[in-house]
Design a protein around this ligand. Structure first.
Ligand code: BES
Ligand code: MN
Ligand code: ZN
Length: 495
């Protein structure tokens, strides 16, 4: 799918479909007024007759209007202007693309930013690109007969006045972000027997091949042994698949600038290990590498943008399986940091691979480190499937990430990292234990990680509730690629 932006008159625009909005009060948007005038007031006529209720996200498709060059006109209801909040705008955009995808139109011109859907044109453009890409995405690549690709190939954001350079930029950035989400979704949806740690490493190497600005390195288990990553290695002990520690270094600016390091949990299947999970929905633990996938997607997005910033991706990847060699509850391991960990539950494995990856990240002399992980079921209980959980040891960083989430509608919500929770990790036998009990499970998981991130500015995103959808709509969401990419764009702009 391609996206562009240009100035043009709606009635003269050559296109498979021109999309214009109309408010519930019957008020036509400026572009709709021009179409109405050219088409002998057919739009106002049908609204007066009641053929279009103009409620938000309602649509009416019209063919071959006289005086209009485009093959079709899609009228989209905007509801009441005073009720156009972010949720409604996203619903309207989804309705537009559902209606367009039901036609044979190969391209469409959307008049939705000149006093169209809502006020903040940049925000609307981003959400429109995400909605278009979401509906064009196919998750059936492993079916013997995949459905055919979407016919709609090109979206033009059309404006009545000359579009500002900032809007052009927003289109390109949103498109690159959507491509990154697509990569994250494709990887996330792949089953554990295909998307192994070796597969993830191959994808990371391929990303390095595709972009001169990315250098990929893959460490093997023997290398991790030398580095003293006893915690990470304890998780992979039960698996026959070799663990990988993948790093991708993106150089977008002078090497003297300290990088942002993104650390993504890459458990390609989480059975729970000896602390085996119950069987129901265990298949969804193929998604336990979505943190890793979001790091790859974000790096691809910023490389496509050519962002002037240095960013490193660090991905600890392995499987968590039970076997005769697997780690047992009660086992004590020594992490790369030297701190010892009593493993009371082998299903709390994410923190065990992340802690060594976080210690390792210090080698890049980071400005900021952000880890992204499908870390706790408790996060799903706390925040549902709407917001990712956010923790940070510096409030300004938390604010910047929250803002990036708002800007992309890929929202996060901050939870506390107070010292008061730390004693829940006390162990009689080691420096700490790897679980803190049922109460505040998301917070104690973050507290565990905080013990390995004292030397730098750090944030943690728990994406257990947001990385994929269950049930009929089962599939990876590509989150939080939009949040991370926007954060990095903001950082590059502030320099
Ligand atoms: N990958 C899971 C977290 C998870 C579970 C995400 C369900 C999404 C849905 C993680 O490794 C895990 O198993 N966490 C345990 C921790 C517990 C043993 C302290 C959990 O959340 O149950
Ligand atoms: Mn687990
Ligand atoms: Zn897990």
């Amino acid at each position: 799918m391609e996206f562009s932006i240009k100035q043009s008159s709606p009635e003269k625009q050559r296109s498979g479909c021109v999309v214009v909005g109309v408010y519930e009060e019957g008020k036509l948007s400026p572009a709709a007024q021009l179409i109405d005038k050219a088409a002998a007031h057919q739009l106002s006529g049908l609204i007066t007759r009641g053929d279009m209720n103009c409620k938000s996200a309602s649509t009416l498709l019209l063919h071959e209007l006289p005086g209009v060059t485009a093959e079709r006109v899609l009228l989209v209801g905007l509801g009441k202007a005073s009720e156009l909040d972010s949720k409604t705008i996203v619903e309207i955009l989804r309705a537009i693309f559902a209606a367009l995808n039901a036609t044979a139109a190969k391209d469409a011109a959307l008049y939705i930013i000149d006093e169209g859907v809502g006020k903040d044109a940049e925000w609307v453009i981003k959400q429109a690109v995400f909605a278009a890409a979401e509906q064009a995405f196919r998750a059936d690549g492993m079916k013997s007969k995949p459905a055919k690709a979407a016919t709609l190939k090109h979206i033009t954001f059309a404006t009545l006045d000359k579009p500002a350079a900032a809007l052009k930029n927003a289109v390109d950035q949103a498109a690159a972000t959507a491509h990154g989400m697509e990569l994250a979704k494709t990887l996330g949806n792949l089953p554990g027997n295909i998307c192994t740690p070796t597969y993830l490493a191959a994808k990371a190497l391929a990303l390095g091949k595709a972009h001169k600005s990315i250098k990929t390195t893959v460490l093997e288990e023997k290398d991790m042994q030398k580095l003293g990553m006893g915690s990470f290695l304890s998780v992979t002990r039960g698996s026959d698949q070799p663990a990988k520690l993948i790093t991708l270094e993106y150089h977008g600016t002078d090497k003297k600038h300290k990088p942002v390091v993104l650390v993504g949990k890459g458990i390609t299947f989480d059975s729970g290990g000896i602390s085996l999970k119950p069987g129901a929905e265990m298949d969804e633990m193929k998604y336990d590498m979505c943190g890793a996938a979001s790091v790859l997607g974000t790096l691809q997005a910023i490389a496509e943008m050519g962002l002037k910033l240095n960013v490193v991706g660090v991905i600890p990847a392995c499987e968590n399986l039970p076997s005769g060699t697997a780690t047992k509850p009660g086992d004590i391991v020594t992490s790369m940091s030297g701190q010892t960990i009593e493993i009371l539950n082998t299903d709390a494995e994410g923190r065990l691979i992340l802690c060594d990856a976080l210690t390792y990240s210090a080698k890049f002399k980071p400005d900021t480190v952000i880890d992204i992980a499908t870390l706790t079921g408790a996060c799903v209980i706390a925040l549902g499937h709407v917001a990712s959980g956010l923790f940070s040891n510096e409030d300004q960083l938390a604010q910047e990430l929250l803002k990036a989430g708002e800007q992309t509608h890929d929202r996060a919500w901050q939870l506390p990292l107070w010292e008061d929770y730390q004693p829940l990790l006390d162990s009689n036998f080691a420096d700490m234990q790897n679980i803190g009990g049922r109460a505040g499970g998301t917070i104690t998981a973050a507290c565990f990680l905080s013990r390995f991130t004292k030397d730098y500015r750090w944030a943690h995103l728990d994406i257990a509730g947001t990385a994929w959808k269950s049930g009929k709509e089962k599939g990876s969401t590509g989150r939080p690629v939009p949040l991370l990419t926007q954060y990095l764009v903001n950082r590059a702009n502030s320099k």
